[in-house]
Structures are given as C-alpha cells and as structure tokens.
Design a protein around this ligand. Sequence first.
Ligand code: 5RP
Length: 223
Amino acid sequence: MTQDELKTLVGQAALAYLTPGALVGVGTGSTVNKFIDALAGMKDRIRGAVSSSEASTQRLKALGIAVFDSNEVASLPVYIDGADEIDHQGYMVKGGGAALTREKIVAAQSERFVCIADESKLVQTLGAFPVPVEVIPMAVARLSRQFAALGGSATVRTKDGAPVLTDNGQQILDVRGLKITDPLAFETRVSQWPGVVTVGVFAHQKAAVCLLGTASGVKTLTF
Ligand code: 5RP
C-alpha cells in the first residue's frame, strides 16, 4: 500500500471513535484531510466540528460539516489529528503544517486524543523530525540561541523566500538536531521561554490512542 492509501485507511478507521450526536475536534494535515473526507459520509450523525486551522475549516465547510468556535464549546469527547512523529508512549511532534497552536488548544479541550498516522511516523525517540515552534518574530534570534544551547539548530520556516505566517500571524522556527528523551520536561521548559507561542512537542496533550496504518492493516496502539 502507498503512504496515501495508509492515510485513507486510518482516516476511515477514526470514524469508529466518534460519539453520535456530539462534536468532534478536527486536526490539520494530509491524514486529517482523509478523515474529513470520510466524515462527510456520516455528517448527519454528528453535531459538527471544532477545527484547528483555517485549512481544515474550509474543507469541513465545503463538505457541509458545521464548524463551531472553540469558545462556544466547553469540552469535546474526541480530537482526531495526525502527527509528524509519535513514540511508544503516545508523545508526539506536531506542527509540520504550522497549525500546532490551534491543534494544542483543541486537543486540550478534548477528553481523548486519537492520533491517525502511517507507520513511518512511529519512532523510538522524538526529534529526528525538526521540531516546529511557533514564535513571536521579535524573539527569533534569542530563541535560536537558546535552542543552540540545547544542541539544536533553529531556522525560520520560509516559503517563496518569505517567512511562513501561521493562522495566528506568527512565525515558525524548525529546530533540528534535538534528541528529546524527556518530552514532558522539554515541553514544560521550552513553553516558558519568552516569545514562544507553542512548542510542537505534545506531551501534556499526548495521544490516548494511535491508529497506525501498516502494510497489514490498521494497528491500534493505546497509551
Ligand atoms: C499540522 C500537523 C500535522 O498533524 C502533521 O504535520 C502531520 O501531517 P500529515 O498528516 O500531512 O503527515 O501537526 O500542523
């Protein structure tokens, strides 16, 4: 099976985790797009979605799925999202699509994080994928020095020669060369640095379940 087919498989498998008549938290990315497409087939059985990005909102609305503001909702039974890396404890690196801040917000208001990913995302230790960090632009140089002191190398994410701006109007630093052996401590520490909006390590908002697309079908990992 191709990586795209594995993403379709886990996107469809996530439908089993929805609560009938309730809202669902929806992440961002190519795997989540497969989930949104599958969700369209049963949109009448859910109330709607809380979305983690403008891109997902657009896709949901185009398929006739109602999108609610996160401020209108106290809690969600489930949040479905992909990951750039997930380890055997359910800790993740996320933000490859620059949506990490809103993803963390919706994950935090959800009772259960169901991660959908193809098997290439499963790792022993987080950090081979450059860790995305959403930052306030005036803090870029200082934060880059702080990551260098941890052994990392930070670069501003660009597209067509200009910094990528998030849905919140901020920039992304991609940090290479880190080996994150204690994701909880790393997230806690970096989150406190002035100028950091969100660090793309999801340890406090880790996955409860991972639906992993493998050559032999969907493997369910629980944490
Ligand atoms: C977006 C994310 C995505 O979940 C992550 O990048 C995985 O994306 P994909 O499903 O396209 O591989 O965190 O900010």
